[in-house]
Design a protein around this ligand. Structure first.
Ligand code: HEM
Ligand SMILES: *[C@@H]1O[C@H](CO)[C@@H](O)[C@H](O)[C@H]1NC(C)=O
Ligand SMILES: *[C@@H]1O[C@H](CO)[C@@H](O)[C@H](O)[C@H]1NC(C)=O
Length: 327
């Protein structure tokens, strides 16, 4: 009887521990590859540095790519999948094409990781590491990031504009868009600070420069000297390849100049300038502008949280062999 009891409790014990192992495995954690592929994070960091040394634009490119990946079907590398004859993928949405950049960094890292630890490191984790390393390489906050994401098998162009916020959004629309992904309004303001690096195509700002809202001139909330300069850089009907820096002073340094620009009515997009139209977001903009240390801390935490949106873990999804194609 007591033997039977203890056998039963032994079985129960093993059943429970298997269950808890599965639960642990199904979560993201820092150092996820420390045993299965110890050099994973180092290889990604090396490829980001290599790419950055060739073209500094890959850093902002990879940070934005991670954001657009996470907002559509979670951080599952769905953004990396190529369009096929039977499917238009996220990559080809106007929100992503032709503006996204840095894909070659992911592909180079993946090629090395497949050679070293075949079938182990997901494209979704590579992109998360690469975005984190891009923040660090532009002198932003350094942070540890969890891993264990799996790659999705679905990527639909038609879903992108439902989830990626538009540059004409006002503060309420932005707040809703982030809340839908379980990010707070404050995290939205914090993450918008990523616009301290990188560039924009003229096509994303011409709405503010010419015939704004049926007026004949630029957006009256845009500083007029800055508007004049942008009009020179982005002449009406200009080629769609023209770009302007997001932050004119330090376009490759992750600092709080973005917030200082917004306060000076020099935010590039409607979605930047609108942060001054709500008392809470306006307060956060000035707080961040004054306190870089505070913003860096909040930015790191918000990036980590963004990297956890709707992730696939455990045995969901797959580990793609080639980040551009479903296995
Ligand atoms: C709040 C809503 C947001 C809107 C409406 C928005 C919109 C845009 C637009 C229109 C561009 C210019 C793309 C181009 O024309 O080349 C851009 C660039 C960029 N965005 Fe955002 N964005 C938002 C939030 C974010 C977030 C949360 C991040 C990351 C945490 C981010 C990171 C970037 C970066 C780094 C660039 C520069 C890309 C490059 O240089 O290649 N943005 N964004
Ligand atoms: C656009 O113009 C209309 C009519 O003049 C006005 O009510 C509205 O507030 C303007 N919108 C913006 C974003 O300025
Ligand atoms: C990955 O797939 C894409 C699209 O089919 C192809 O162009 C590329 O060469 C592949 N990369 C590797 C390393 O096989």
């Amino acid at each position: 009887m007591s033997l039977k009891m203890s056998i039963h409790s032994l079985i129960l014990f093993f059943a429970l521990s298997c269950l808890s192992v599965q639960i642990i495995e199904a979560q993201l954690r820092v150092g996820f590859y420390s045993r299965s592929c110890p050099s994973a994070e180092r290889i990604v960091r090396e490829e980001v540095m290599k790419g950055f040394n060739k073209n500094r634009g890959v850093a902002p490119g990879l940070i934005r790519m991670h954001f657009h990946d996470c907002f559509v079907r979670g951080c599952d590398a769905s953004i990396l999948i190529d369009t096929t004859s039977s499917n238009n993928a996220e990559k080809d949405s106007p929100a992503n094409s032709p503006s996204l950049r840095g894909f070659e960094v992911i592909d180079n890292a993946k090629a090395r990781l497949e050679a070293q630890c075949k079938g182990v490191v997901s494209c979704a984790d590579i992109l998360t590491f690469a975005a984190r390393d891009s923040v660090a390489i532009t002198l932003g906050p350094r942070y540890a990031v969890q891993a264990g994401r799996r790659d999705g098998r679905i990527s639909l162009m038609s879903e992108v504009l439902q989830d990626v916020p538009g540059f004409t959004f006002n503060v309420d629309q932005l707040t809703q868009s982030f809340l839908k992904k379980k990010l707070t309004q404050e995290e939205m303001v914090t993450l918008s600070g990523a616009h301290t690096i990188g560039r924009s195509h003229c096509t994303s700002i011409t709405n503010r420069l010419y015939n704004f809202n049926g007026t004949t001139g630029p957006d009256p909330t845009l500083d007029s000297r800055y508007a004049g300069r942008l009009q020179q850089q982005c002449p009406q009907g200009s080629a769609s390849t023209l770009v302007v820096p997001m932050d004119t002073r330090t376009p490759f340094i992750t600092d709080v100049n973005y917030y200082r620009d917004v306060l000076a009515n020099r935010g590039l997009f409607t979605s930047d300038q609108t942060l001054l139209t709500n008392s809470n977001t306006a307060k956060e903009v000035s707080q961040n502008a004054r306190n870089q240390f505070l913003w860096m801390r909040k930015f790191a935490a918000a990036m980590i949280k963004m990297g956890e949106i709707e992730v696939l873990t455990g045995s969901a999804g797959e580990i793609r062999t080639n980040c551009s194609v479903i296995n």
